[in-house]
Design a protein around this ligand. Sequence first.
Ligand code: 5GP
Length: 200
Amino acid sequence: MALVILSAVSGTGKSTVVAELLKRYPRLRLSVSHTTRAMRPGEQDGVHYHFVSRPEFEALRDAGGFAEWTEYAGNLYGTAHQTIKAAEEADLDLLLEVEVEGAHNLVSQFPAALTVFLLPPSIEALAQRLRGRGTEAEEVIARRLEIGRREFGKVTDFQYWVINDRVERAAEEIGQIYSAFADRRRRLKSHVERLQAQNA
Ligand code: 5GP
């Protein structure tokens, strides 16, 4: 199983790029996070997120159910251990769409993960997309833009940077990075297995 961690500032259009990647790569599964955020129009429970109440989230967190979790713009988000385990058992690659702090937490647990930061072509495009959704209050948008300014300072912690100027192009570029990474991992794994067998 290869882990692919994708981060982007809110409003970059990450979900559209992710949808395109999932279409192109059947081995790649999206890690469906838990969140206390309200569902946006078009989102489905169990597909985009597991939408839960704050007490439900906290109960799962306190029981040690999350590999990582964070509070972002007033809502809780977390990756369940179970999600990672299921991908591992099915020998699928897992795409984790998390903010910067979550990416750091995951990398400390899974140092072999691939990390990609998706950048917007401009700040205007970012603000426009956030407002265009029409689902967030102006105050929430301002908060997300403020968090974004801090997140841009962390981009160099990621292995790759891709600009989302066009969805198709960005998905193509991330796809190439992912394919090369996953192929290399598979080759390395089978080589190591051969070495271990010879050494047995
Ligand atoms: P949104 O509310 O726009 O769907 O997500 C807000 C931010 O939370 C995004 O940066 C998204 O990538 C991040 N996020 C979504 N799920 C998780 C998660 O499980 N863990 C962490 N750390 N961040 C997440």
